[in-house]
Design a protein around this ligand. Structure first.
Ligand code: NAD
Length: 329
């Protein structure tokens, strides 16, 4: 496991995934056996690795990636290091014959991502990139509505993602790492979020056939973790339109996604996805999902001369959980 001193590597992948699986006694197989993950934590700082290993009852640590890749006993390579280092690490792991599982994005260019998947196929290793947003309760509920035929013909999808990330210059430190705002370090909201939008759209509504996107850098200067000003060279907002292939085979579902770290939230959650279909609509957040059927659709008439007589929020119904939603990672 490489990158476990980082935010995602530690919290989501080590603590909430591998350590949680170890506490549960491993993963049960159909034949009754159990697979117990036995990670070796790899990184650059031995002290940090040792402290984490001790905290979570893990024995093995290493600062030598090549030596780890050379050990045939360790068959899977996991990567949650920085976006800019991922492709190189994954390439080395595949070349060493390891199965690979990693954080998104796999690479910062399509060419490099395709090259890696072709290499993995050529060498016959298994490969996977996290698709955690598919397992958000809100997205699971949308998928349930799609599968039940609730929407009729899906017309369009609208995603609103984002929140204000502080610039760091007036007493509120930024709540995301500064590399996120430097293109040369793998930053940018497009490279960060569009991996998610792609698999959410593909696996929930229909295959993405086309995308157009306007990226913007709204906040040109920020203050980093050490209090130094820096030029933000990466996009902090992206305005995109996707075309998806619907059940008819035509690319006729339109999905629009606004993604921004420079927007103030006036909606229920940091991510909200609305789906409109001929027979019904739904609005999902991270956990909740509300739906409105054709027969419950109000009948507004445009008239700015009188106060709005409708409570548009009243005609929606909660989609039930009807299941336990496990950790998405
Ligand atoms: N799935 C998600 O929802 C999600 C959310 C946030 C971040 N991510 C992805 O996870 C990755 C890590 O993000 P983060 O926020 O945890 O970053 P982070 O800065 O907190 O952690 C980065 C990790 O990489 C290590 N590292 C840095 N430079 C390295 C190098 N040259 N060689 C080896 N290791 C190096 C650091 O020591 C640290 O362990 C990014 O690629 C990001 O896109 C995914």
């Amino acid at each position: 496991m490489h990158g476990v001193t980082g935010r995602m590597g530690l919290n989501q992948h080590l603590v909430r995934s591998i350590v949680a699986i170890r506490k549960q006694g491993g993963v049960a197989l159909d034949d009754g056996d159990r697979v117990m993950p036995d990670p070796i934590l790899v990184g650059r700082n031995r002290e940090k690795l040792r402290a984490i290993a001790d905290d979570y009852g893990i024995e093995r640590i290493s600062t030598d990636l090549d030596a780890c890749l050379a050990n045939p006993e360790d068959s899977v390579y996991f990567d949650a290091t920085l976006t800019t280092t991922r492709a190189e690490h994954v390439r080395r792991a595949i070349a060493a014959g390891k199965h690979v599982y990693c954080e998104k994005p796999l690479a910062t260019s399509t060419t490099e991502a395709l090259e890696l998947v072709r290499l993995a196929r050529a060498l016959g290793v298994k490969h996977g990139v996290v698709q955690d947003k598919l397992f958000l309760p809100g997205v699971r509920k949308l998928k349930r509505l799609v599968d039940s035929g609730f929407f009729g013909r899906i017309l369009s999808i609208r995603g609103e993602f984002g929140y204000w990330v502080f610039e760091g210059d007036w007493g509120q430190p930024a709540q995301r790492p500064s590399w996120n705002y430097r293109k040369e370090e793998g930053g940018g909201i497009i490279v960060d979020m569009f991996a998610h939008w792609r698999y959410v759209l593909d696996h929930t509504f229909g295959a993405v056939r086309a995308v157009q996107c306007l990226g913007a850098t709204h906040i040109p200067e920020r203050v980093d973790e050490r209090g130094r000003r820096y030029a933000a060279t990466a996009d902090d907002a992206a305005y995109a339109t996707f075309l998806l292939r619907g059940p008819s085979g035509e690319s006729d579902i339109v999905a629009q996604f606004n993604s921004s770290w420079a927007v103030r939230v006036y909606r229920d959650e940091l991510l909200q996805i609305q789906v409109d279909g001929t027979l019904g609509s739904a609005v999902a957040g991270l956990r909740e999902c509300r739906a409105q059927q054709r027969v419950n659709t109000p009948r507004p008439v445009w008239n700015p001369d009188v106060p709005n007589p409708f409570d548009f929020f009243a005609d929606w119904q909660e989609v039930q959980d009807n299941a336990e939603f496990d950790n998405a990672f």
